[in-house]
Design a protein. Structure first.
Lengths: 360, 306
């Protein structure tokens, strides 16, 4: 008979090592999945995790790692603050879309004027767009006690419809021969979020993600607000007695995560993607949830986890073209990772003991 | 624009069809939440049910086997949730999200070779004479059997929760798991069964979309119905008949907006298409003032230390 015994303190050792164990377990079971799909599991895993970093074409893939990792880290940092306090924003995908629409819209409003001031305005508009979209569930929760999980998620579908609407109407390229989608921001110099150093993949989004990591670290470890966030998550009653204002915390956490997701959307639309189109969003907002948990809701952890997740995206694309591995297999792989992570968390909080059967 | 083309009888009949996936998924989730567990993986279980039902009915040619497979598929996925939340004592919100993300990927993987195929159709109920009656015929007696199963399931859940000992125990576990445990009820076992039931119902609801309502397979075809089902349980204050009412209300919104799209109303298609989600939010806001009906142990982790 096996019993669980609650640890008086969560184990630090396990807390650090569960992500690694989870990654290894996912590699193993992912390998089984790839084998079931008729691929050589070792080759597939190697293609996903090795090829982008040290393979023949690594010079091309390494910059991609930054490009894919930046939005994931940016969004996940925002989400993690809320998750720590038990505030569940799962509509980051919608805030990402709104950031892109508002940011690109602000930039295109100036077309074809060139000027240094255009990109900063776009950045502000993008952040505001995401912030405003996240404020809807935040205000509804504060004012009416509405469940923020459901509202933020419903707003993803609304944002997707808005995206379709603007790419067919408001932001449609007047010189696009009737095709849906906006003007390409990459060919509009003032609005283009270009690489800061040629061939490195380093764009403003990467800089933003790094700043967000540092900001979140300082906030959580050195600031009263960060302490309140942690306190609310770990001991809600104690937080109440300590005079934490829950409404302020909800507005702050949801607003910040919305603004960061909006920024991610803006950097994506003005950089790697270039156009506002119907299929602009590719699920970063949802993958970022995995990133946040994989990074143990810790800023530095999220930075590492974002890199790892970007690796599976790029490796997955390589495996898709070289081995014919279906794109959905990578999605399953990422989902699996979250499963193992949550399951292994047991070891952090509980001790597994063998016990003799007692008479109840 | 021609609103006269919208036939009210057909509207009500198709409203019932549009509501059934929601009803099935929501009634399952109601039982799960009554036992004190919050499973946010409804969307994932639905889409897995949708593809497993679709695949099996295409392979065997029998929609009935398809629905059985959908229920099994949904329940199997919910088994993962059982392992996470009841065995590994993981956070229920995070586990539910994991279930949805995993389910969406898994269904896309399983469904690759089924895109663009037409599934075998299920015969509609046809009672000679009665099903041909004007107005009542198509609304009450002209549907597929699963639609009636949904209504029967609602009645059954209501009766079991209200009148039976099993229902009382389920509610006790959901209201106060420590007290239920002290009385000798197997909290974890009861919750496992409730979660599996919820998974099977969600699977059925998903298959109803892919086999009857649409009917074909496309990636991510549940498009948030699972999340609306979650909202519906809150909307219904955890009462089975109100779930039915709510499902028909949302079904009505969906059908009316589709009819308006078809009739070419001057509102852009995108704005009509977002209306069910906006109305869900609106209803949540109106009803969120009253939280007293929620099971008291909802979402809390149970760990028996003795």
């Amino acid at each position: 008979m096996i019993v669980l015994e609650k640890r008086p303190q969560p184990s630090r050792a396990w807390s650090m090592s569960t992500p690694l164990v989870a990654v290894l377990a996912t590699m193993f079971f992912g390998g089984l999945l790839f084998a079931a799909l008729g691929k050589n599991p070792v080759e597939a895993i190697e293609t996903i995790f090795w090829e982008p970093l040290f393979g023949e074409f690594a010079f091309y893939y390494r910059p991609q790692l930054l490009v894919k990792g930046a939005p994931l880290v940016l969004i996940a940092i925002g989400l993690s603050l809320g998750f720590r306090a038990g505030i569940w924003n799962i509509g980051a995908e919608g805030q990402y879309i709104m950031g892109a629409i508002c940011g690109a819209g602000a930039g295109l409003a100036f077309y074809p004027v060139e000027g240094w001031f255009i990109f900063p305005i776009m950045v502000i508009a993008g952040a505001l767009g995401g912030w405003a979209w996240a404020m809807i569930p935040a205000l509804l929760k504060v004012r009416f006690g509405t469940n923020e999980i459901l509202v933020s998620l419903m707003l993803v579908y609304v944002a997707e419809q808005l995206l379709a609407s603007v790419s067919l109407g408001l932001l449609k390229n007047p010189e696009g021969f009737g095709f849906p989608g906006s003007r390409n921001l990459q060919s509009y110099a003032s609005a283009h979020n270009a690489e800061l150093f040629e061939g490195t993949g380093m764009h403003w989004g990467v800089v933003g993600a790094l700043i967000a990591v540092i900001f979140a670290y300082v906030l959580l470890n050195r600031h009263m607000l960060g302490f309140h966030i942690r306190l609310t998550g770990e001991a809600p009653r104690a937080a109440k007695f300590a005079g934490v204002n829950p409404a302020r915390l909800i507005l702050f956490c949801l607003g910040l995560s919305g603004a960061l997701a909006g920024l991610a959307g803006l950097f994506e639309v003005s950089g790697p993607s270039g156009v506002v189109s119907i299929d602009f969003n590719v699920g970063y907002g949802f993958t970022a949830i995995i990133v946040a948990f994989l990074g143990r809701l810790h800023p530095v952890g999220i930075l590492l986890a974002g890199g790892l997740m970007a690796l599976t995206y790029i490796g997955g694309e390589i495996a898709q073209s070289q081995l014919g591995l279906p794109a959905a297999a990578i999605q399953v792989f990422q989902g699996m990772l979250l499963f193992f992570l949550l399951a292994l968390d047991l070891l952090t909080n509980y001790r597994i003991r063998a016990a003799r059967k007692e008479v109840a | 624009m021609d609103l006269t083309e919208i036939n009210p009888v057909l509207l009500v009949a198709s409203l019932m069809v549009a509501a059934t996936p929601l009803l099935l998924a929501a009634i399952g989730e109601l039982v799960v939440e009554k036992s004190g567990v919050l499973n946010l993986g409804v969307e994932g279980m639905m889409i897995v049910g949708a593809i497993s039902g679709f695949a099996v009915s295409v392979e065997t040619g029998s929609p009935w086997l398809g629905f059985v497979a959908a229920a099994v598929g949904g329940a199997l996925l919910s088994l993962l949730f059982v392992v996470l939340t009841q065995v590994a004592l993981a956070n229920q919100v995070a586990s539910g999200l994991a279930l949805t993300l995993f389910g969406l990927g898994l269904s896309a993987l399983l469904g690759q070779s089924y895109v663009g195929i037409k599934p075998p159709s299920m015969a509609e109920l046809n009672i000679p004479g009665i099903s041909d009656l004007p107005v009542i015929g198509p609304i009450l007696f002209g549907h597929d059997p699963i639609l009636y199963l949904g209504i029967a399931l609602t009645a059954a859940v209501w009766a079991v929760l209200k009148f039976t000992r099993a229902g009382l125990i389920l509610r006790a576990v959901g209201e106060n798991h420590d007290a239920a445990h002290a009385l000798g009820y197997k909290v974890v076992r009861i919750r496992c069964l409730a979660i599996l039931f919820g998974g099977a119902c969600a699977g059925l609801g998903g298959a109803y979309i892919s086999l009857i309502r649409v009917p074909q397979w496309t990636e991510g075809m549940t498009a948030g119905v699972g999340w609306i089902a979650l909202a519906l349980v809150v909307f219904a204050s955890w009462k089975p008949w109100r779930v039915l009412l709510g499902a028909y209300l949302f079904g009505g919104v969906t059908v009316v907006q589709l009819n308006l799209q078809a009739a070419g109303v001057a509102i852009p298609v995108e704005y009509l298409a977002m209306s069910p989600y906006l109305i869900t939010i609106l209803v949540l806001v109106i009803l969120s003032a009253d939280k007293s009906r929620a099971p008291a142990s909802l979402g809390r982790i149970f760990h028996a230390s003795h």
